[in-house]
Write a protein that binds this ligand. Structure first.
Ligand SMILES: *Cc1c(COP(=O)(O)O)cnc(C)c1O
Length: 230
């Protein structure tokens, strides 16, 4: 068994190697450690090893763990499915919400952010393969939704997020990463400014290298850092 620290070192090396080999600056890629279902002790180990970004999927679990570790101990990313009635917590606890996929949810996050005078950074999640079991805006809807989100005062659109289907061969995910890049181009062509499309949150433990080659700026890595969840 390798330690969390060793895992982080190995992943960082892969990120640097992959970035350099495709002419990208490794500093443009943020490693988000996905700690769902993992105890605070392991999260603390990751923070001690220099990890700065942590991602969580479930609001109640996240709130307990963030209270324990401290709101300021990390940059917190919400990457799970968010119900409107939990938006209040997401806004109070998270620096980034990666999973905004509906106007109704955007409106509720905006409303809750206004209450605490925050400009909430969000990403628009796209259901890139049109899977019935996954959330995310449809590809057809993404451009219009991005423009609508730009109209909310307390939302700061920061980019796009996707989660392709699982493939044994990570190469098979490449077309979906390319599609997210194309959607970003469409959003930019519709008049949304560059800053609102700066981030591409894509790539997980088994396919983050392919995602980096295609332009990912945030990779969400769980298992490869913390071990299997089952
Ligand atoms: C769980 C999860 C991850 C991390 O997956 P791993 O395969 O463990 O790296 C990334 N993104 C999202 C949205 C997740 O739910």
């Amino acid at each position: 068994m390798t330690t969390i620290k060793e895992n982080l070192t190995a992943i960082r090396e892969k990120i640097i190697k992959t970035a350099v080999s495709c002419g990208r600056n490794p500093d443009d890629i943020q490693l988000v450690g996905v700690s769902k279902k993992k105890p605070v002790q392991q999260m603390q180990q990751a923070l001690d090893a220099g990890l700065h970004n942590l991602g969580e999927n479930y609001i109640q679990e996240a709130v307990e763990k963030i209270d324990h570790l401290g709101r300021e101990s990390a940059c917190w990313h919400f990457i799970g499915h968010l119900q409107s009635n939990k938006a209040r917590f997401a806004v109070r606890y998270f620096d980034f919400i990666h999973t905004v996929d509906k106007l109704k949810l955007a409106r509720e996050i905006d409303k809750q952010a206004k209450k605490i005078q925050k400009r909430q950074k969000i990403l628009l999640q796209v259901n890139i393969a049109g899977e019935e079991t996954k959330s995310g805006a449809t590809r057809d809807r993404a451009v219009a939704l991005a423009k609508e989100i730009m109209g909310f005062e307390n939302l700061e659109l920061s980019g796009l997020m996707c989660m392709p289907p699982y493939f044994d061969d990570p190469e098979d995910a490449r077309i979906y990463f390319k599609q997210l890049v194309r959607i970003r181009q469409d959003v930019l062509a519709s008049g949304v400014d560059d800053g609102a499309m700066a981030e591409l949150s894509m790539g997980m433990s088994h396919d983050f290298e392919v995602a980096i080659q295609e332009g990912a700026t945030m990779v969400r890595v769980g298992t490869a850092i913390f071990g299997s969840r089952t």
